[in-house]
Design a protein. Sequence first.
Length: 497
Amino acid sequence: MTRRLLLSILALSTACPRAHAGKVQADNLLLPSDAATHKQAVVDIFTASYSNYKTFAFGHDQVSPISNGFNDPRNGWGATIYIMGLNDLFAEAVNFSQKIDFTVAPTTPTDISVFESTIRYVGGLISAYELSGAQYPGLVDKAEQLTRRMVDIAYSRGNVIPFGHVNFAASTPNVAGTNIAEAGTLSLEYQQLSQLTGNDTFRQLAEGSVRHIVSLGGPLPGFPAQCISPTTGSFTCQAVTWGGGSDSYIEYLIKYARLTNTEDTVFADAWKKAVDTSIKTLLKTSTVGNWTYLADYDGSRIVHVGSHLACFHAGNWILGGKLTNNDTIVNIGLALNDGCWNTYASTTTGIGPEVFAWISADGNFTGGTPTASELAFYNAHGFYVTNGVYIQRPEVLESNFYAWRATGDTKYLDRAAAAIDSFNKYLSVGSGGGYSGIGDVTSTNSGHFDETESFWYAEVLKYLYLTFDDPTHISLDEYVFNTEAHPFRAPAARNSY
Ligand SMILES: *[C@@H]1O[C@H](CO)[C@@H](O)[C@H](O)[C@H]1NC(C)=O
Ligand SMILES: *[C@@H]1O[C@H](CO)[C@@H](O)[C@H](O)[C@H]1NC(C)=O
Ligand SMILES: *[C@@H]1O[C@H](CO)[C@@H](O)[C@H](O)[C@H]1NC(C)=O
Ligand SMILES: *[C@@H]1O[C@H](CO)[C@@H](O)[C@H](O)[C@H]1NC(C)=O
Ligand SMILES: *[C@@H]1O[C@H](CO)[C@@H](O)[C@H](O)[C@H]1NC(C)=O
């Protein structure tokens, strides 16, 4: 039905006839002629969301300079704005970032999350600096200012695992336990910051935390437990999951190997081991529909649940399978992506839920008992919804983006286009023009939340935009995305990881 444009890389592939190991994107990606329309629809959603956020949300929560900065989207979204070519908004964002004093303590919240501030602000500032051609060194200065303040407190007690939250006013860490995602998702950002500033301390601290977690092993072979104490450096629970609290620790193992091209195989090996264990222990298919899922493990039992957050796994397996030349892993990644997309395709809104459960041949333990209507939904769709909110999370469309760029199969473009339609139908709050999350994806009128998450701008709309953009723009062979979708420029790939 569609005329297709040849957009890509014949020149490259003839210059390099033996595709080198580690190549992620498919050769000869063909973008249909209607891609430009969908891309523009994403820009329209972004500009409507942004201008309404500006009108109604800027100026609130601005208790002190730093909480002003922390709540101001222009810090975290610069990379999206730049990628979309919104030059006036980008100039405004760069300008604004220079007014924030990141050393000033906020009144609320009193404690800063080191993980959230790193992936959103440090990552966003560095990515915006790199993408805009290193013209604005002030962006790196701000990333360094914030990071020094955070790490000087988070690693202040001889601890190898950082405290998860720090209080800038008192210069003290919150000594509560943390998790492997918070502790193990600083490495891409701090490695880039060390490169840009010449101060290697940031890389050493982040890498040290990851090496320590790897050295602990875990409840399943090579798959660490979720909870960890910065004070003792030991695990404090036995839970294993690809979902929130563990997710981006595993995500970054292979991305760190790729971004640094380090000779040290510890990071890629740890990723391969976690994936291998997952295939042996967590990989399940549903008794209805034969959908592919990754279960959780609670320390003694397999728990048949999945989540929107965990659905990044599909894209991560596609990426890591390509980088390690392992088609088994790529193909499981594509099957996981289908399972996650099925959670969108099966609801009346066409949007997937926050948490879901299913039954597989090995059992039906989900940590709860399904109601009759949940079982009926399961029998129709191969999963059932246990938490139906949608708070504008990116992971399903993120994985869909990897699947498109890695295969060139236009069914992934059709899925992305369907999601755009659903967002316009169900997330738009109406004449005001903003977009927000909804209370129940299985209902067409469940009501909106009175807020917009920053990852809507940083992740959902960036991945959607790039899905319909020239595939050579922010190629997965040239960039590594941090866990908040901020792309970092990577060196040429090694032959294998
Ligand atoms: C940048 O900030 C200066 C001083 O605050 C202001 O005069 C200028 O108009 C700003 N530029 C943009 C593009 O916002
Ligand atoms: C590098 O960063 C660390 C961590 O904030 C800091 O303690 C150290 O003084 C910095 N080194 C230089 C030379 O700026
Ligand atoms: C690919 O990964 C799977 C899962 O870990 C493993 O069993 C297999 O040996 C790997 N294949 C190659 C060629 O390394
Ligand atoms: C279910 O899916 C798995 C993995 O994709 C496949 O190996 C198996 O043959 C399928 N089973 C059925 C009954 O279709
Ligand atoms: C789950 O399995 C148990 C034990 O096999 C069985 O008694 C129960 O009916 C099953 N529940 C569902 C919802 O399938």
